[in-house]
Ligand binder design. Structure first.
Ligand code: G6D
Length: 333
């Protein structure tokens, strides 16, 4: 297990402030590359069934695209993952005005969201079977319209067995809204060799919410069974990507089995043999398959979060926790 930390010269030059690049390595050739700008994962390098190690995250061809990051590629999202309609946030008798940065909504915290901040390296730890890095961010009350002086931490831990945990925690000095998520685009073919239509997905979900013309959820739970989003049994993504909706961009309400840590998401590429199991403490996954434009259908996001377009009230002094585990493995064909 080892950690590399270096000044990320290119991103530092683009931003005019020091950005650090961190690489977590385990003893089996798996590595996770991240940077302090946006507490963002640049790459997760894991072996395929033949032991070939490749990156299973989408990335921009041009590094400077991470500055504006229109796809929120790999970034930590907050204070608001998803959309808050009308750019208004009411907490008790206070109404806060938020930037409307997409349609009629505040999307992903607006143009000054957590994904655009340079987080602070707060610590690193190397153990016998794991290594981790802690990044921190201080959100200033109303800096982006959102209330609360909020101390936020993101802990990335890579284990020897290929497990990666992502723990977001926070504490605010007053009642606020906090709903964070990670915005990785996964593609298990490795180094973006293929698009994801032939990949397989299984979801432990109670159903999903349709969305309206503003991409806002309609809170009438639709069973995944018998829909083009039926992943109750392992199924190809083909029907979801090439069906009437043209892809997935929907919140799925997840099942939580307290007695087992059965993953809510199992995503597989039968060609490379790579398998990803995702387990989260969050009630919802916004699943997004990049349905238009650049790298169309080349990646799938599992944005683990609270239900979008609802206030997730965090009282002053109350701890916020959002923990997601990614388990990488290979399946022999
Ligand atoms: C689109 O609706 C989707 C979002 O879910 C996604 O996060 C964003 O693109 C990058 O707006």
């Amino acid at each position: 297990m080892r950690i590399e930390v270096e000044r990320f010269d290119a991103m530092t030059a683009f931003l005019g402030e020091t950005v650090e690049r961190i690489v977590l390595h385990n003893a089996k050739g798996v590595s996770v590359e991240l940077m302090t700008y946006g507490a963002l994962m640049l790459a997760i390098n894991v072996p395929d069934k033949n032991g070939v190690v490749e990156n299973v995250l989408l990335s921009y061809e041009h590094l400077e695209d991470y500055v504006s990051n229109p796809m929120y590629m790999g970034a930590t999202i907050g204070p608001n993952a998803g959309r808050l309609a009308g750019g208004k946030l009411q907490i008790r008798d206070e109404v806060y005005s938020l930037e409307i940065n997409e349609g009629i909504s505040n999307l992903h915290g607006g143009r000054k969201g957590f994904h655009t901040k340079i987080w602070t390296m707060m610590g690193e730890q190397v153990g016998t079977d794991r290594c981790s890095v802690t990044l921190g961010l201080e959100h200033e009350h109303l800096e982006d319209g959102f209330p609360g002086n909020i101390a936020v931490k993101a802990v990335f831990t890579l284990y020897d067995d290929g497990k990666l945990t992502l723990l977001y925690s926070a504490i605010s000095d007053r009642a606020c809204h906090l709903n964070m998520a990670n915005h990785n685009y996964f593609n298990l073919s490795g180094n973006e060799k293929t698009e994801i239509s032939e990949h397989l997905l299984m979801l432990r979900s109670k159903g999903f919410y349709e969305v309206d013309t503003h991409n806002l959820p309609i809170f009438d739970l639709v069973s995944q069974e018998c829909s083009e989003f039926d992943f109750s049994q392992q199924s190809s993504l083909m029907k979801a990507l090439h069906g009437d909706r043209g892809g997935i961009d929907h919140p799925f309400v997840l099942e939580h089995d307290r007695l087992s840590d059965a993953p809510q998401v199992v995503y597989e590429d039968p060609i490379s043999g790579r398998r990803l199991e995702v387990t989260t403490d969050q009630p919802c996954a916004v699943i997004y398959t990049n349905n238009i434009g650049y790298k169309h259908h080349m990646g799938i996001c599992f944005e683990m979060q609270q239900v979008p377009n609802k206030v997730n009230l965090l009282e002053g002094g109350e701890p916020y926790i959002n923990e997601t585990t990614y388990r990488f493995s290979v399946v022999s064909s």
